[in-house]
Design a protein around this ligand. Structure first.
Ligand code: NI
Length: 189
């Protein structure tokens, strides 16, 4: 395992579609996932896509936990998940704007509209299908990571360019009910 260098916004690997993985059970895929997880944990992320470590293949790792995933609907949270060749099916037109960060856009936060409800499918490292419904924060994280596989970074999804801010100023933009300290360790994806 190794901590890999993270590609930053502007690198071509983040701007082009990634290729499908032919065999999710190949040892090279498991080795790549191990590096993705180590890199994500080192950087304090809640998700990472393979192109972010310069591997242009359709593979993501994510989890949805913490205060933003807490709620009455258990589909708003999910344990750490490895997904090969993921596909998203949007369920309903409703969207919500909320803050996101990205390991490839360091130091910034942006308010991004995302669909509230979706179903995703893909393969696990054992080659078996994974299919889940996701809402809220869980759905947001999945949309963010899968966008990386299509060469899309969150600033391209923003409606209001004025809502792209430095992380150090984020405290001025949080709801009054939420303290800056609660969000200090808010993970990036
Ligand atoms: Ni990201």
């Amino acid at each position: 395992m190794a901590i890999r260098k993270i590609a930053r916004m502007g690198h071509p690997v983040l701007a082009r579609p990634a290729s499908p993985i032919a065999d999710p059970t190949a040892p090279a895929v498991a080795a790549l996932v191990a590096d993705m997880i180590e890199t994500m944990e080192d950087a304090g992320g809640t998700g990472i896509a393979a192109p972010q470590i310069h591997e242009p293949v359709r593979l993501v790792v994510f989890e949805a936990g913490g205060p933003r995933a807490a709620g009455p609907d258990p589909r708003g949270a999910c344990p750490r998940t490895v997904l090969v060749n993921p596909e998203i099916e949007i369920l309903g037109e409703a969207m919500e704007e909320d803050w996101e960060g990205c390991l490839s856009v360091p130091g910034l936060r942006g308010r991004v509209p995302r669909y509230l409800h979706l179903r995703y499918r893909g393969l696990g490292l054992d080659g078996r299908p994974i299919e889940r419904e996701a809402v809220g924060f869980h759905a947001r994280v999945v949309q963010h990571e899968c966008d990386h596989l299509d060469g899309v970074l969150y600033p391209a999804r923003m409606r209001d360019p004025g809502a792209l801010i430095f992380e150090s100023e984020w405290k001025h933009h949080l709801p009054q009910a939420a303290s800056a300290r609660d969000h200090k360790k808010e993970p990036q994806t």
